[in-house]
Design a protein around this ligand. Structure first.
Ligand code: CS2
Length: 471
């Protein structure tokens, strides 16, 4: 029998159940946050932080959620009055939470003028962004700047504009992009003096929505939720203490956000340890035919590889406190069986993600005279991954702005490690200027690709592991 959909009316059926639901009035107030990028990550991270603030009775944090291109999520949320459920799964147990913080939606590609109007609305105080690494382009800045121009013309205050993407110095990057888009010197001065672009580190593992998740939600809630998601219990949001309204620092702290003067130690540790390990496992899993991160990390050889990668080659160059504890927590998070985090999802846009995740550690290792074998190995698995075919002979699609050239080049030099490395290790801006020409790097990547080609990824992982721990 068809179940009713989750919406503002049917929400009442969850009162008194184990599900957590919004208990604040979701009235027709104007949202205070415009969020750009309505993907799963925002809905299970910032939107849940804003939800906590709304639950505390502070209506300034309701969200107008903007999908950049696709209309699907916006339409699904609209049909459900903006409500969606999130399964929060950790070793402590699992619960479902219905989130109500997204009060309105827009689609930037369909109605850009409405997005500009939302940014320019008097109630708007924040703009947040999860537009992915490849989204930081002039077009995005132009959209934001149009909203800012209207605010300035109307004599309104500036905004806090917070990038929540996995980019190094994400706030600085966005600020530079917006200042460039502004062109006019007076407008540039207004933006710089009235708006704040805090750098931030955001962390929560949020797999893309799946039909299985929707089935689980239907079973748990007895309501149909086409926007259902799952995530882990852990979350972290470290924001630079730099806001258009300075009082926001304490407000955010009150719901568990970390506000600090310098984000860099947190950002580097997260990008290189969590995301760096993720990308390595994503390539290994894809080539081995292991579908999820949990399937990868529960293989003892891969577990040891990731442990040693972090310990030997990444952690020596980080300054976040308690790195060993942080590493062990990551290893446990990767093994969360409820998440079913697809390796192919993480391998999406590899060419945009790798620059933040691997080269900084490799360069730091080489500069300090250390070994970068694990990172060279990761680079070699990525080269093997670019073939688009796993070791069982199944093909998979590369989803990457450079997919075509990467796959064609990998195929052209199939089986020839030196030629593959020569052709692909300099592609695009993935590896920077220094590494591809470094005599301590390129031969090692070539060596490991050769090993992978001759004895397979798993055997090659055993070899790296053995070399790292001769005992
Ligand atoms: C992942 C991230 O898809 C990816 O590239 O590495 O989405 C990762 O799950 C998050 O950054 C965790 O905070």
């Amino acid at each position: 029998m068809a179940q009713p959909f989750l919406n503002q009316t049917t929400l009442a059926s969850l009162v008194g159940t184990a599900a957590r639901i919004p208990s604040y009035p979701r009235k027709n107030l104007a949202p205070g946050v415009v969020h750009l990028g309505l993907g799963a990550f925002h809905r299970a991270h910032q939107a849940m932080v804003f939800e906590a603030l709304l639950q505390r009775g502070d209506p300034r944090w309701a969200v107008l959620g903007v999908a950049m291109r696709s209309t699907q999520v916006a339409e699904t949320l609209d049909a459900q009055d903006g409500l969606y459920s999130v399964q929060v799964a950790s070793a402590q147990g699992t619960y479902w939470q219905v989130v109500g913080s997204i009060w309105q939606t827009r689609v930037a590609a369909r109605e850009p003028e409405q997005v500009v109007a939302a940014i320019a609305a008097p109630s708007t105080r924040w703009v947040t962004l999860t537009v992915t690494e490849k989204g930081y382009v002039a077009e995005l800045a132009a959209l934001i700047v149009q909203g800012l121009v209207a605010r300035r013309t109307d004599g309104l205050s500036g905004l806090t504009i917070a990038s929540c993407d996995n980019l190094s110095g994400n706030g600085d990057l966005l600020k530079a992009l917006c200042v460039r888009a502004a062109g006019d010197a007076a407008l540039q001065r207004w933006i710089v003096s009235q708006c704040a672009f805090p750098n931030s580190m955001v962390d929560r593992i949020v797999p893309a929505a799946t039909a299985q998740r929707r089935d689980e939600a239907a079973q748990a809630l007895r309501l149909t939720d086409d926007a259902a998601l799952a995530t882990e219990g852990f979350w972290e949001w470290v924001l630079e203490d730099h806001f258009a309204d300075a009082a926001d620092a304490d407000t955010l702290r009150s719901v568990g956000v970390t506000v600090v003067s310098a984000v860099k130690p947190f950002e580097e540790a997260k990008l290189r340890m969590l995301n760096g390990s993720h990308s390595a496992m994503a390539c290994m899993g894809a080539v081995l035919g292991l579908p999820t991160i949990c399937d990868c990390i529960t293989q003892p050889d891969i577990h040891q590889f990731v442990h040693d990668l972090m310990t030997l080659e990444i952690m020596p160059h980080l300054s976040r406190p308690d790195l060993a504890t942080y590493r062990d927590a990551l290893l446990a998070r990767f093994a969360n069986p409820a998440l079913k985090h697809s390796v192919h999802q993480i391998a999406t846009d590899n060419s945009q993600k790798i620059p933040q995740r691997w080269p900084p550690s490799a360069l730091a290792q080489l500069d300090s005279g250390g070994s970068a074998e694990h990172l060279a190995f990761a680079a070699a698995v990525w080269l093997r991954y670019c073939l688009g075919e796993d070791e069982r002979g199944n093909s998979y699609a590369l989803s990457d702005p450079l997919a075509e050239v990467l796959q064609a080049t990998a195929k052209q030099h199939r089986g020839d490690a030196p030629a593959t490395v020569k052709a692909l290790l300099g592609t695009g801006s993935i590896w920077g200027n220094v590494l591809p020409r470094d005599a301590r790097w390129t031969p090692r990547v070539t060596y490991w690709l050769g090993q992978i080609q001759s004895c397979g990824v798993l055997q090659a992982i055993k070899d790296v592991n053995r070399n790292a721990s001769p005992s």
